[in-house]
Design a protein around this ligand. Structure first.
Ligand code: PLP
Length: 397
């Protein structure tokens, strides 16, 4: 820990825990303590830690081929691409290494789209409180001052509008607009699902104007919300969708999925990546996609996540002055608290539960999708007792 604090740049305020191993939804630290993981490495390890099929695939692939570049064909990405396309609205996929990089790819497609179909329009409307990543275009798209602070001037193509307010979005639209970019459920922004009617209106407006609708499903995709992709909840499809976090269950992988008309704008040499779609990462992603698309798997996730949400609602009903709201979809759930959540996160950690707080007062639960009802019960009991003892006015020590 001392070496990390000394030698690694200080972009993170870390909890004082060193994890050594994980299995399923359980993490083990260097002091012999066990934890129930309700964070999954920030919505990444959707199949839990050390998933047997993923682990075996990674080991087998490492023994045969690690990297040759995208100048050649390699096998593992073929199955992943097929499973992503055949189970979504998209016609083709571009693989990369992270969420931010996937969003960069989507924004580059939007730029080509504007040039080709909208007389050079390059403006993108994105949302306040959104999160799209830390690279320059992605952080410019992100609607949070905290993340942009110090990095201005930002990429000037983005205008930010309040998430959910169609009239403002419509007013913001001009002849320079080529795309709208948003998360169907804001994750970092506080676990806020969009309204179905709002998304329908945005979809219709994009269609009328010939502009692209880009969904950043880096956090919401791949089973997180109780469906394979969050857009399925709303009865509409985007033109482009970005994925990352859970795609390879912890190995770095991202993807840009698009309908044919947009996908066709990328040709040889117009975009690329050295590491993207590497065989080891794609072997892991293949196992992830196979599990997620097994008949019944998502139904089971939907049922267990509804059970978790019901438990949270029961707790909220008992403590209305402390828990102001329960929100989210599937296993992307948030509790809006009446005070800062950081001291609670620390207390849960001491009690053996890994949870997260976003926007200061939203406890966020994004456990592995394989969490059991017994584990949900165990956490719910501790959550209730902890909240009973919590003084919402307290500040972090
Ligand atoms: C995490 C996240 C990103 C950024 O992903 P990285 O892999 O950290 O670059 C982008 N968009 C959303 C919605 C995210 O949750």
């Amino acid at each position: 820990m001392q070496k990390i604090d000394r030698y690694v740049m200080g972009t993170y305020k870390r909890s004082q825990v060193m994890f050594l191993r994980g299995r399923g939804c359980t993490l083990f630290d260097d002091q012999g303590n066990e934890y129930l993981d309700l964070l999954a490495g920030i919505a990444v390890c959707n199949l839990g830690h050390a998933h047997p099929a993923v682990t075996k695939a990674v080991c087998d692939q490492a023994l045969s081929l690690t990297h040759v570049s995208n100048l050649f064909y390699t096998e593992p990405q073929a199955v992943v691409a097929e499973l992503l396309v055949e189970n979504s609205f998209a016609d083709q996929v571009f693989f990369c290494n992270s969420g931010a990089e996937a969003n960069e790819g989507a924004l580059k497609l939007a730029r080509l789209w504007g040039k080709e179909k909208l007389n050079g329009a390059f403006g993108v409307i994105s949302m306040e409180r959104s999160f799209h990543g830390r690279t320059f275009a992605a952080l410019s798209a992100t609607g949070q001052e905290m993340i942009q602070k110090g990095y201005d001037p930002l990429a000037p193509v983005f205008s930010h509008v309040p998430f959910g307010d169609f009239e403002v979005l419509q007013k913001q639209w001009d002849e320079n607009t080529c795309a709208v970019m948003m998360e169907p459920v804001q994750g970092e922004g506080g676990v806020v699902p969009a309204e179905k009617e709002y998304l329908e209106k945005v979809r219709k407006l994009c269609d009328e104007k010939g502009a692209l609708l880009i969904f950043d499903e880096v956090q919401t995709g791949l089973g997180r919300t109780g469906k394979l992709f969050a857009y399925e909840h709303f009865g509409i499809t985007p033109d482009i969708m970005t994925l990352a976090k859970a795609l390879a269950n912890g190995l770095p992988a991202g993807a840009v999925l698009a309908k044919k008309e947009a996908a066709d704008l990328f040709g040889p040499g117009t975009h690329g990546t050295t590491f993207g779609a590497g065989p080891i990462v794609m072997a892991a992603a293949r196992e992830v996609m196979q599990v997620l698309t097994e008949p019944g798997f998502m139904d089971d996730v939907a049922q267990r996540s509804a059970y978790f949400k019901q438990k949270l609602e029961q707790i909220a009903a008992k403590l209305p002055e402390k828990v102001l709201e329960v929100r989210g979809l599937g296993f992307l759930l948030g509790l809006k608290l009446s005070g800062p959540g950081a001291p609670l996160v620390k207390e849960f950690l001491e009690k053996g539960f890994v949870v997260n707080c976003t926007q200061g007062d939203i406890l966020r639960f994004v456990p592995p999708l394989i969490i059991t009802r017994e584990q949900i019960d165990a956490f719910s009991e501790v959550l209730l007792q902890t909240l009973i003892g919590w003084d919402s006015g307290q500040v972090e020590k």
